[in-house]
Design a protein around this ligand. Structure first.
Ligand code: ADP
Ligand code: MG
Length: 316
């Protein structure tokens, strides 16, 4: 911490770190009141989601604070994207350890400023506390969707196609790369893990046609499973159709067993793409399988069915 720029008290911190992030939104009252007052938007539902991140669990103590802040915003924006909602603003709770000093806090706020501007977000309020434990962050993200039109997990029907956006497995490989376990010469993989790209560009297509959607945060197989469970159907993933980046394809080709490698990518998390179902192909998505009567997730590989077993996958 520099002597020239000491940490102000709690109210000074709120004023200096957070007030600029309201970007003048009148409903935030410059963070000088006890609460925000959000006018309803006619013809819309307010869509609300929350994700928390804890140092040592969701990010490394050595991660730059501005990137941690951007990831916190982006994982929440990814939930809005999957629901077909338009981003609006957020509430933020920060539990600072003493070791996370004023410089680090300013860097954290600068990350919020960069992406707040990029995604058109306003900070509406929050809480600032200290903790004897690790840095802990909780963010509540607000967005708007036309009344009754939020894309649910529960609408998938037998006969629908199963689709996913972007490429799958880069989040998992990015984490391995950050630990030095996978080579990543151009930093593409680590970048996808550290600063995910919420697929807000897909929301019109999703709202127009998707019967169900979820963002891919737990892993493609798990998140397709969430749709299957909520919808009372089975999701069949044809593993050879799952879209991979050049880096992920190269990694998979170098593994001993291609099926095992591809299922590891499909099971990995942190891709922040969107998995959805619809009666016909959707622009921006790759068809990777279909919805059938039944339950759970089934993988197919070169025409054979494999089902999840305790230790990997067994022939169906
Ligand atoms: P309380 O009276 O509930 O203790 P605070 O004094 O903690 O409220 O907060 C004062 C104002 O500052 C409120 O408008 C609150 O929303 C805002 N605020 C506090 N911490 C944060 C934060 N981390 N991010 C955004 N706004 C915050
Ligand atoms: Mg108060």
């Amino acid at each position: 911490m520099s002597g020239a720029d000491q940490a102000p008290d709690e109210f000074g911190q709120i004023e200096r770190l957070f007030r600029p992030l309201t970007r003048g939104a009148p409903e935030a009252f410059d963070l000088l009141d006890d609460a925000a007052a959000i006018p309803g938007r006619p013809g819309h539902d307010l869509i609300v989601t929350k994700d928390a991140m804890v140092e040592g669990v969701h990010f490394l103590p050595s991660d730059p604070p501005d990137l941690v802040a951007r990831k916190l915003l982006r994982v929440n924006l990814s939930d809005l994207a999957a629901k077909g909602a338009e981003p609006y603003g957020y509430f933020l709770a920060t539990a600072w350890p003493r070791t996370f000093g004023w410089e680090a806090r300013k860097q954290f706020a600068s990350g919020l400023a960069v992406d707040g501007e990029r995604f058109g977000l306003v900070l509406l309020g929050g809480d600032t506390v200290s903790t004897p434990g690790p840095l802990s962050l909780s963010l509540t993200m607000l967005g708007w969707a036309p009344t009754g039109r939020m894309v649910r997990r529960s609408g998938a029907r037998p006969g629908d196609l199963l689709m996913v956006s972007g490429t799958i497995g880069d989040g998992l490989l990015g984490l391995k790369a950050a630990h030095g376990d996978v080579s990543d010469p151009d930093g593409y993989l680590a970048g996808r893990y550290r600063v995910p790209n919420p697929r807000l560009d897909l929301r019109e297509f999703l709202r127009a046609t998707a019967t169900a959607a979820a963002d891919v945060s737990d892993g493609l197989i798990a998140d397709a499973g969430h749709i299957a469970k909520a919808s009372g159907v089975r999701a069949r993933i044809e593993l050879e159709r799952v879209p991979l980046s050049a880096a992920a394809r190269a990694w998979a080709a170098a593994q001993a067993d291609l099926f095992e490698a591809l299922s590891e990518l499909a099971a990995g998390g942190d891709d922040y793409e969107v998995v959805c179902t619809a009666p016909r192909p959707l622009e921006g998505f790759t068809v990777i399988g279909a919805i059938e009567q039944g339950e759970g997730v089934e993988l197919s590989w070169r025409g054979e069915t494999r089902r999840p077993a305790k230790s990997g996958w067994k022939h169906g």
